[in-house]
Write a protein that binds this ligand. Structure first.
Ligand code: MLT
Length: 323
């Protein structure tokens, strides 16, 4: 009798899950962006949300939940209901590096289900306009000549711009004084205002200020130049050979989200990435689309695990202290 009751209960649960997936989505969806509005994560998420709305038939709202290098926002998403109404937007910093720096209280792989790998971009070395350097070599000389460590804006310990700063320190031998913000949107505002010296930023964040001439660009952390910014040299050309770093982004949902809902979200996001207008907006920001064969949830899962294996030893060796 008891066995029958368990089977009936299981069937009721499964039927309920299937029914919910069938009618999903039936109300607005929230994308938690773990950095402040106006930065590169926020910009990518908003472009994506606008197009995914068309496929899903429901509004996708951006909620900026900031702090601790993005780990607070990711934690909020991890603890949300696994019903497809809360998505976790993140990247190399939040869904890889943070696991090597913070005691997160959640597992970046076991407590999240991957949905889709999103566009990526190299980092770009930028400075305030007051820096009298016309090349990366001159910038390195200027930084070394500072009486105290030059200031570098980041989005907090474990953020992409912070990991890039650590990498920059290790290849240049220059010690930086990090200035953490709730995102590289506000950090860039201070760079334009001359309040900080440099950022090793996502190209997509700085590129428009470089084009406007309000900050100086020296190199991109890649072996090839950015398609829509061909006048900015690579680090290989400019004097820091091999300083390559690509910041990729992705979308996740909490563990336990029904696979039919994950599939609907994946399909809507793939449709957005294949939309010519969306592609044009991203490419104009210096972002590269993921290859078509990397657009499955499994591909993001495998990629995240590979990036953890690659970056955790380097980050742990840097012995980053978070207060
Ligand atoms: C980062 O540095 O991790 C991000 O670029 C921050 C942001 O998206 O604001």
């Amino acid at each position: 009798m008891r066995k029958l009751a368990v089977v009936v209960l299981a069937m009721l649960v499964l039927t309920g899950v299937a029914a919910r997936a069938e009618t999903y989505p039936s109300r607005p969806i929230t994308i938690i962006v773990p950095f402040s509005a106006g930065g590169p994560s926020d910009a990518m998420a908003r472009i994506l949300a606008e197009r995914m709305k068309r496929s899903l038939g429901e509004v996708l709202l951006i909620e900026n939940v900031t702090g601790a290098g993005g780990s607070i926002g990711v934690g909020r998403a991890v603890r949300s209901a696994p019903d497809g109404y809360t998505l976790s937007f993140g990247h190399l910093g939040t869904h890889v590096a943070n696991g090597a720096i913070y005691k997160l209280g959640y597992d970046l792989v076991d407590d999240l289900t991957p949905v889709l790998l999103l566009p990526s971009n190299p980092m770009i070395i930028v400075s305030k306009n007051a820096v009298p350097a016309k090349s990366l070599k001159e910038l390195l000389e200027w930084l070394k000549s500072r009486p105290s460590p030059p200031t570098a804006g980041t989005a907090g310990a474990g953020s992409g711009s912070h990991i890039a700063g650590l990498y920059f320190e290790s290849v240049s031998g220059i010690k930086l004084q990090y200035v953490p913000y709730r995102g590289t949107g506000p950090a860039l505002n201070d760079l334009v205002a001359g309040q900080i010296d440099i950022i090793v930023d996502q190209t997509s964040n700085s590129i428009n200020q470089v084009r406007a001439g309000t900050i100086r660009a020296y190199a991109v952390t890649d072996s090839k130049r950015v398609q829509n910014a061909p006048d900015i040299p690579t680090v290989d050309e400019a004097g820091l050979p091999g300083f390559h770093m690509t910041l990729w982004s992705g979308l996740w949902v909490p563990k336990g989200t029904p696979k039919e809902i994950v599939a609907k979200l994946n399909a809507a996001a793939v449709e957005a990435l294949n939309d010519p207008d969306v592609r044009k907006q991203f490419e104009n920001l210096g972002l590269e689309m993921p290859p078509q064969d990397q657009l499955t949830p499994q591909a993001l899962g495998a990629w995240q695990k590979a990036e953890i294996a690659k970056w955790w030893p380097l980050i742990k060796a840097a012995n980053v202290k978070v207060d």
